[in-house]
Structures are given as C-alpha cells and as structure tokens.
Write a protein that binds this ligand. Structure first.
Ligand SMILES: Nc1nc2c(c(=O)[nH]1)N[C@H]1C(S)=C(S)[C@@H](COP(=O)(O)O)O[C@H]1N2
Ligand SMILES: [Mo]
Length: 179
C-alpha cells in the first residue's frame, strides 16, 4: 500500500549528500554509543556472523516516490538493543561514513534492521555497503547508508536533513515531511 502523496516507481534513485565514501572493510567498525549500559564496537565480521532476520521494507522518498517490496537481511535493531541496553532512551542519532546523520525515535528504530543484504545480495556500495539502517514507516532519508555509529540519547538532536527543516519523526503514514 502506498502512503499518502507517494507514487510508485520501479527502482531506487541514488541520493547522496556527497560522494560514496571509501570503505576499507577490514577497518570498518559499527559503534553503539551514548546512553547505553554496554558500548559496542562491531566489525563487519561480527555483524555477518550474528543471527540474521529478513524483512520487506519499502523505500518512501520524501520527494514523493516509493519503491515497494525491497527485501533487507541483517541484524535486527532489537538485537543491538538487547546487547547494548539503552534503558529508556528516546532517540537514536544514526551517523555515517560520509558525514551524514539522521535522528530516529527509538520506538521506530527498534522495528528496524541493520541491513547487510538487499534483495538477497550484499548491498551495492551506492546503496550503503557495508551496513545500512533501514527503518519501517519512516521516509527513506532516515535509512542511513554506510552506517558507522548508533548514538542513543534522551534528547532529540537534528541530523543532516532535520537541520534543514525536515521532520523530527518523519512517519510516512502521517505525512510528516517537514517540521
Ligand atoms: N549516509 C547517507 N545515507 C543516506 C543519504 C546520504 O546522503 N548519506 N541520503 C538519504 C536520502 S535523502 C535518501 S532519499 C536515501 C536514498 O537512498 P538510495 O540512494 O539507496 O536510493 O538515502 C538516505 N540515506
Ligand atoms: Mo531523500
């Protein structure tokens, strides 16, 4: 089903704030920081050897196009929360290797995935290899590519697009495009 104000398109359009970052996979680490009982540092190998889940999450770009039926496979956000114990944190700030960041309420983040595969294959680098956070029911700018840090907080903080007026939550069904 399409959320209000969206039209369906065949494929993803690549949208980056700058160029695709250089990835040295042996040096890659995903950090889990902020208001957590256990800070985590996970290598790509750590992530690939953990239990994986597979979920279908459409991509809804705030500019009005949607790609339905994309399958994502990887580590559930729920698992990361079990391991790090963020208590009653309310937000995560997702940070990426290209300097991008975006803010996501924990109640949405917990239903998301740290995706390592897209439609059965390792995620193409332009779509976020090695790890992409994919969050259901939020506009696709909240799905950070090249993810390198998940910071749990109590207080909302603007990310890249939020600072430019895009919505704190960004729920597609409520059409929360701008603040
Ligand atoms: N790290 C990072 N993640 C990002 C972006 C970006 O520039 N850098 N752009 C966002 C925006 S605005 C959109 S619409 C989608 C585009 O995803 P795609 O290039 O895989 O289609 O990625 C989101 N995630
Ligand atoms: Mo976007």
């Amino acid at each position: 089903m399409l959320p209000p104000g969206q039209i369906e398109v065949e494929r993803l359009r690549v949208l980056n704030i700058s160029s695709v970052p250089d990835i040295e996979i042996d040096d890659y680490v995903l950090r889990v920081t902020g208001k957590v009982a256990n800070e985590l540092e996970l290598s790509y190998e750590d992530l690939t050897s953990m239990d994986h889940v597979e979920i279908e999450i459409p991509a809804h770009c705030v500019e009005g196009w949607s790609v339905l039926g994309i399958k994502w496979e990887g580590v559930s956000a729920e698992k990361i929360m079990l391991m790090s114990d963020p208590g009653n944190s309310e937000f995560v700030l997702l940070k990426s290797l290209d300097g991008y960041s975006t803010s996501v309420p924990v109640e949405y983040f917990r239903r998301g995935i740290l995706a390592l595969k897209m439609d059965g294959k390792t995620i193409p680098v332009e779509h976020g290899f090695p790890v992409r956070a994919v969050i259901p029911d939020l506009y696709f700018w909240k799905s950070a590519k090249w993810l390198c840090e998940i910071e749990f907080t109590d207080k909302y903080q603007d990310g890249f697009w939020e600072e430019k007026g895009y919505h704190e939550t960004g729920d597609v069904w409520l059409e929360q495009r701008r603040k």
